[in-house]
Design a protein around this ligand. Structure first.
Ligand code: 13P
Length: 284
């Protein structure tokens, strides 16, 4: 099928009042599980690869898996870099055919964050690649990126307006109270802040750290303007649980396919539920 660009997918989501699910892939099994779920739900989907996975698998291997998934899928699929931190990483991903890249310069002071993001936009746009950036600091652990509770900070709406105008970025990851990884308590999202940003910033907004956020809160975030919902931890959990169970129940099993195969179904179920939660089912 003819694929769509990230900008098109997120513009449609913004207009339609739903969000596209963005799921982190680490291996072939994870990519296949996500695509199977998206096809079953007739939903567009975003396959995200982070720097840790690029280091683990090698950029050629993991990109080939994602691009193969994309070319075989019967629904629109975007291959996206999640949380790249350097200009060199951006250039490498563009060279390897990513459709979209996230430059995470959120640890830098505002002016430096703006300068780096603008430079990345200038590199990516002529190549037809979309750019996501983050303002404010989403807490928690995303592989090699660790943001402590003290460091985490919510997105300032005034800064968001300036940031979007001065960078020309395509979508904005906002910090509104979510965190990467497993939550200790129940996360409390700042919906008033989200609404304020939504009113003043015209581009699609992205929710990071959506694993473990109660369904009601995700629904409300989408209703108030989130167009892309990032999920990683909630796929790792069924992967690990199913792999452990299969291994323990079949102690003589040595075939990687028999050990890994059942994890796909477990991950697919979660992806299907998240796609429905985001209102994205049937939007392919
Ligand atoms: P979780 O692991 O908390 O789902 O976060 C995923 C994410 O935001 C990736 O950028």
């Amino acid at each position: 099928m003819k694929n769509k660009s990230m900008q098109q997918l997120l513009a449609e989501a913004q207009k339609g009042g739903y969000a596209v699910g963005a799921f982190n892939i680490h291996t072939m099994e994870v990519a296949q599980a996500i695509i199977a779920a998206a096809e079953a739900e007739r939903a567009p989907v975003i396959l995200q690869i982070n720097q840790g996975t690029i280091q683990y698998a090698g950029i050629e291997y993991i990109t080939a898996i994602a691009k193969t998934a994309q070319s075989l899928a019967s629904v629109p699929v975007i291959v996206h870099l999640d949380h790249g931190t350097s200009y060199e990483m951006m250039a490498a991903c563009i060279r390897h055919g990513f459709d979209s890249i996230m430059i995470d310069a959120s640890k830098l002071p505002l002016a430096e964050n703006i300068a780096l993001v603008r430079k990345v936009v200038e590199l990516a746009h002529p190549a037809g690649v979309a750019v996501e950036a983050e303002l404010g600091k989403v807490g928690g652990v995303e592989d090699d990126i660790v943001v402590s509770e003290e460091e985490a900070g919510l997105t300032d709406p005034d800064e968001a307006v300036q940031f979007v105008q001065e960078t020309g970025v395509d979508s904005l990851a906002v910090a509104i109270g979510t965190a990467h990884g497993v939550y200790k308590g129940v996360p409390r999202l700042d919906f008033e802040r989200l609404e304020e940003i939504r009113k003043r910033v015209p581009i699609p907004l992205v929710l990071h750290g959506a694993s473990g956020v109660p369904d009601e809160a995700v629904r409300e975030a989408v209703a108030r303007g989130i167009c892309k919902v990032n999920i990683s931890t909630e796929l790792k959990q069924p992967f690990a649980a199913t792999l452990r169970k299969t291994a323990v129940e079949n102690l003589d099993e040595i075939d990687p396919r028999k050990l890994l195969g059942p994890t796909k179904e477990a991950m697919s179920e979660v992806v299907r539920a998240k796609i429905r939660l985001c209102g994205c089912a049937g939007k392919a």
